[in-house]
Design a protein around this ligand. Structure first.
Ligand code: TMP
Length: 206
């Protein structure tokens, strides 16, 4: 049986996942748990180097399968080096994006067949899955507006709005197909309200 608790945060750009990370972490820490905060792509030295390649807007020619494979290469390292060891120590792992992002961005967004992504998922994860996935859902226009205000656009943020609409619907489709694992949070609300929704979901795990 998988020990610890593996929680992933998902959503389109500007959904506010990163702001909620500290809040969630604090809830678990206050309840006496040991918490690891991490992210994908990234989470290890190698993974962070891969992340640079993936987000670099100079790499505009990156082919979608290359993008997918790099995501899973970083993920494999992350699982072996960080996630599995932490779960084995019964820690709470909170990860900003994981494999649902590959299905949503490279699958729904870029059009790679789901079966290919599933093959990589099975190979790389060997059965590891999040116990809980919080989907921070909001209108694409609002999300991109928020993300645009934050910083200079990376390679993903420069993409067309239609891509993000496909990504959002893929996320929602996955959430509806796996209601036990997913909880949808309305991220269009105020930060205070989003925190309250998040607390309600996490209460029983604290
Ligand atoms: P971030 O901005 O949330 O840190 O994520 C970096 C970008 O990487 C974001 O635009 C989503 C994208 N991404 C994928 O396309 N596929 C994946 O599997 C992951 C983990 C992220």
């Amino acid at each position: 049986m998988q020990k610890g608790l593996f929680i992933t945060l998902e959503g389109i750009e500007g959904a506010g996942k990163s702001s909620l990370m500290d809040y969630i972490s604090e809830l678990f820490t206050r309840a006496g748990h040991e918490v690891i905060q991490t992210r994908e792509p990234g989470g290890t030295d190698t993974g962070e180097q891969i992340r640079k390649v993936l987000l670099d807007s100079n790499n505009s020619g990156l082919e979608s399968s290359t993008e997918l494979l790099l995501m899973f290469a970083a993920r494999r390292q992350h699982i072996e080096e960080v996630i599995r060891p932490a779960l084995a120590l019964d820690q709470i792992v909170i990860c900003d994006r994981f494999t649902d992002a590959s299905y949503a961005y490279q699958g729904g967004g870029r059009g790679i067949e789901e079966s290919r992504i599933k093959t990589l998922e099975d190979w790389v994860q060997l059965g590891l899955k999040p116990s809980l996935t919080l989907l921070f859902d909001l209108d694409v226009e609002i999300g991109l507006h928020r993300a645009g205000r934050r910083s200079q656009a990376d390679r993903f943020e420069q993409e067309d709005i239609l891509l993000f609409k496909r990504i959002r619907s893929c996320y929602l489709h996955r959430a509806n197909n796996e209601p036990k694992r997913f909880r949808i949070i309305d991220a269009g609300k105020s930060l205070e309200n989003v925190k309250q929704q998040t607390y309600k979901v996490l209460q029983k795990y604290l």
